[in-house]
Write a protein that binds this ligand. Structure first.
Ligand code: IFG
Length: 541
């Protein structure tokens, strides 16, 4: 009798434990995405209407696109969603809005801005409309931010993928939203630059200016002048091994960026900041003697020999080879801190170089000192002046109908220290905490320079003190996120006290993306995963 009783007891206990385990395993963590208004999209979209329901992305969802040239972007979205969901969403060409439960990508002329989009989320389907594929890409970046942050993880999550319902109509305030990366002071390699491109495109940045040459290094292979990289690319600040992009690698980088709607703008800085070239080829020096390689951080001591014909033959070869690898309209000719070049020679030099750039079918971008020369049509002058006394270059540029690219060192230089305790970075333009980098606007920064004179914003990272991707991410994030919003969202819609809360809620995303961001005390960093509710599945016991 006792044995029978015991075995019944054991059976009962095993049934209860299995049931509760079953219930346990069925419990899912979901981020309630019922309120689109609560979602913390950056850059802040132009308009957002919530309808208080949600769409569930599931294994049966599909991605439909209107015509064949949208297939790559449909595949990009499918690839983006797969790691964390485990869903391999099929992509299918569909001429019109398909049946329910799917995501539909289509182009329409009714959207005015080339980068604008409309994202409509209903219980039974999602539609992203745009004028051009770039707008679809930006609609996808917003969609990413409406999913739980765990969507950014690389391993499958046991999650219910809800997206709050409603409509977002969005477009950028400025067309040029950029970052600059100095790969000359310290060489930053291909995989790191690709990661930087991924992270920038997540926040709708569309331009990456690569500072490819300086006193300490030449970082792009030029086949007609091979010593530029074999010798000029062989070291860096501090005497490290340096490095460079072969033309094959550079083309791969340009393509990778293009797939994420980022235009690469290459910069060959001249006539100053040229020691690496002067050390590689003696004939570029007025005295015919090659300089020594330089691994310090001083500026303003080098210059091409501006009255030698060989100098312009050299520049013509460099610009020709660069132009062949540059699908974008612009090539950056530098022009900053040419303290070793007499101003009269500088002006003649810049005028000649502009003609060489035009000859190879490209337009000129340059640091604001180039405004002393006669600017070619469609030139862009990059304002970097340290303070208002140096605004005169911007006014000279506007007088010549050039557009201004805003990179004020006191606001947008990502190599400035956050505060006096920051180990990395410099402080010559002042300390730039996260609020200082956000709390300004392009059209109100320089007296007399208005929105119509400004093409957009660019945040440079100079790498005198930056040796690797972790250093880069620490200085760049979170400030570049604010730069992205300054370029996208109208000033009238922006406020630091509102933005900092939204930024704080990106903590989970930055963590999921494994970004080594600066944990500013000014930002109320908050994990919203804790907001999720633990919900047992409907069929639980
Ligand atoms: N100014 C120099 C950069 C770099 C920077 C560091 C410009 C245009 C200081 N030129 O900024 O080469 O050294 O913050």
């Amino acid at each position: 009798m006792k044995t029978l009783y015991n075995s019944i007891l054991i059976l009962l206990i095993s049934i209860i434990t299995t049931t509760s385990c079953k219930k346990e395993e069925k419990i899912k963590k979901i981020a309630i995405s019922k309120d689109l208004l609560k979602d913390n999209i950056i850059p802040k979209p132009a308009s957002l209407t919530a309808t208080g329901s949600s769409f569930e992305l599931n294994a049966k969802s599909e991605i439909h696109y209107q015509h064949s040239d949208l297939k790559p972007i449909a595949e990009y979205l499918s690839g983006l969603l797969q790691p964390a969901t485990g869903f391999k969403l099929p992509v299918k060409e569909m001429s019109s809005m398909p049946s329910t439960d799917h995501i539909f990508l289509s182009l329409t002329d009714s959207i005015p801005n080339n980068e604008g989009y409309q994202l409509s989320i209903k219980e039974n389907g999602i539609v992203i409309n745009a004028k051009k594929p770039a707008g679809l890409f930006y609609g996808i970046q917003t969609l990413r931010q409406l999913l739980p942050a765990s969507i950014e993880l690389n391993e499958k999550q046991d999650n219910t993928w809800l997206i709050a319902s409603g409509t977002i109509k969005d477009e950028p305030s400025y067309s040029y939203r950029g970052a600059m990366l100095d790969v000359a002071r310290h060489f930053i390699g291909l995989s790191d630059v690709k990661r930087y491109i991924d992270l920038l495109s997540f926040y709708k940045i569309n331009t990456l200016h690569l500072h490819l040459s300086d006193d300490q290094g030449w970082r792009i292979e030029i086949k007609s002048w091979p010593n530029l990289t074999t010798h000029g690319g062989s070291t860096e600040v501090g005497g490290g091994e340096g490095g460079f992009f072969t033309q094959v690698q550079y083309k791969e980088l340009v393509k990778y960026a293009q797939e994420r709607f980022i235009t690469i703008i290459p910069e060959i800085d001249m006539p100053g900041h040229t020691n690496a070239a002067l050390s590689s080829y003696s004939e570029l020096n007025c005295n015919g003697k090659a300089t020594k390689l330089y691994t310090g951080t001083r500026v303003g001591f080098s210059t091409f020999c501006t009255d030698k014909e060989i100098t312009y033959k050299f520049i013509d070869d460099v610009i020709r080879e660069l132009a062949e690898m540059t699908p974008g309209e612009y090539i950056h000719i530098g022009g900053d801190e040419s303290d070793a070049t007499p101003i009269k020679e500088y002006i003649i030099f810049i005028n000649k170089v502009q003609k060489i750039v035009a000859k190879h079918g490209k337009k000129v971008l340059g640091w604001d000192e180039i405004a002393h020369a006669t600017l070619a049509p469609n030139s862009i002058v990059q304002y970097w002046a340290r303070d208002s006394t140096e605004n005169k270059n911007a006014h000279m540029a506007v007088k010549q109908n050039a557009k201004i690219l805003m990179s004020p060192a006191t606001k947008a230089y990502l190599d400035m220290k956050y505060d006096k305790t920051t180990k990395l970075g410099l402080d010559w333009a002042g300390l730039t905490e996260v609020d200082v980098a956000y709390n300004w606007s392009l059209e109100n920064h320089i007296d007399g320079i208005k929105k119509e004179n400004i093409i957009g914003i660019e945040a440079p990272l100079w790498t005198e003190t930056v040796e690797n991707m972790k250093d880069l991410e620490y200085l760049v994030f979170p400030r570049v996120i604010g730069i992205a919003e300054i370029g996208w969202t109208p000033t009238s819609q922006r406020d630091w006290n509102e933005y900092k809360v939204r930024l704080g809620k990106h903590k989970d995303r930055l963590d999921a993306l494994d970004i080594n961001y600066y944990n500013s005390k000014l930002v109320p960093w908050k994990s919203i995963v804790s907001d999720t509710i633990v919900k047992s599945s409907k069929d639980s016991i």
